[in-house]
Design a protein. Structure first.
Length: 356
């Protein structure tokens, strides 16, 4: 009897250990699978999906808005299309997600969008704490203030005791506080959930002025009932470097987005446009060959892209200057001068990291 009991216990022990081993192996495999999934770059995800999910503005004329044909248009929208062309070879392979200022960062963090191209300022906090990683600056801007032309307000000092509208979830309120404190001006900041609400309050006379990036002021001025009845003060309250943003800790994806931006800038410097890019493919200039992926170069492959990714970007969307002029330039309602957004060779801040 004792021998039978002992044998039973031994068999039971062996079975328990075997099951534990299976469970451990299963758990280990699950962990490996989860680790493999979590370590997958967004670049691979986008390529597997065959479509880019881009967070954009849909109510900022010139940058991100719905045009008369019901399509997403604007400077930022074209940057997103360029990313799609570089990554997927198709500028139209984009799903645009309209996002408010308060929604935009959560959308990146939750992977609702792959990239945010929505007039977003690159700041320390957003880089370090919000969990974003920024591509190169695509638009150098600065914060300004709009007032009625007949208000008599010409300087920050003239805003003493006035109420100024700001949009929540942006850098504008803190920038305004810093500058008004430095100028010794007492004022009231009136926050609103979105830019449309700020504009409505401003046009109704509920607030005396409103503030945002100067490009945004110019854009919104074109939508006012009487655009000429309003002016933008000369004062610039801050530096606002606007750049595409992706989820932090994914260097492959950030690199892919970044080098698309660099390709746009480098193409303009070389004078390569959507109309003449095919002619440049026969150039014997080694720098141009590397940019367009001609010959033995494999720079695209090093980035996880096709070697002709820059060619696809330029051919389908154009260079930086083409994008700027098409959406903001002299033939548009905004007529924005290039200023800091000109190439370094023309006195601006734009230049590309070498394609080498």
């Amino acid at each position: 009897m004792k021998k039978s009991l002992s044998l039973f216990v031994s068999i039971l022990l062996v079975l328990v250990l075997a099951l534990a081993g299976c469970s451990s192996t299963s758990s280990s495999n699950e962990k490996k699978s989860a680790s493999s999934t979590s370590s997958k770059s967004m670049l691979e995800t986008v390529k597997d999906r065959g479509k880019l999910k881009a967070g954009v503005n849909n109510s900022l004329p010139g940058f991100g808005y719905i045009d008369s044909d019901g399509k997403n248009s604007g400077f930022d929208v074209d940057i997103a299309r360029a990313i799609a062309a570089g990554v997927l070879g198709d500028a139209d392979a984009v799903e645009f997600r309209p996002l408010s200022a308060t929604e935009r960062f959560t959308a990146v963090q939750s992977k609702e969008v792959d990239v945010l191209v929505r007039n977003t300022t690159w700041t320390t906090n957003r880089d370090a704490e919000v969990g974003l990683s920024f591509a190169p600056v695509t638009f150098y801007d600065g914060q300004g203030i709009m007032v009625p032309k007949d208000s008599g307000i010409k300087t920050l000092k003239d805003l003493e005791g006035k109420t100024i509208g700001v949009e929540t979830g942006t850098t504008t309120e803190l920038n305004l506080a810093d500058q008004m404190k430095a100028a010794g001006v007492n004022y009231t900041a009136q926050p609103y959930d979105n830019a449309d609400a700020v504009i409505a309050a401003y046009e109704s006379g509920s607030i005396d002025a409103w503030t945002t990036d100067k490009s945004g002021l110019v854009s919104r001025q074109s939508t006012l009932k009487d655009p000429d009845a309003h002016v933008i003060l000369d004062a610039t309250l801050s530096k606002e470097p606007l750049a595409p943003a992706v989820l932090d800790n994914d260097e492959k994806w950030k690199d892919a987005v970044s080098w698309v931006v660099y390709a746009l800038i480098q193409a303009e410097e070389f004078g390569i446009t959507s109309k003449n890019v095919d002619e440049f493919k026969t150039s014997d200039n080694p720098e141009i060959q590397r940019l367009l992926g001609v010959g033995d170069t494999n720079l695209g492959e090093q980035l996880g892209l096709s070697n002709d990714f820059a060619y696809q970007v330029i051919k389908q969307v154009g260079n930086y200057g083409e994008i700027y002029d098409r959406n903001l330039g002299p033939d548009t309602a905004f007529k924005l001068e290039r200023g800091q957004n000109a190439l370094y060779t023309d006195g601006g801040l734009l230049y590309s990291i070498p394609f080498r």
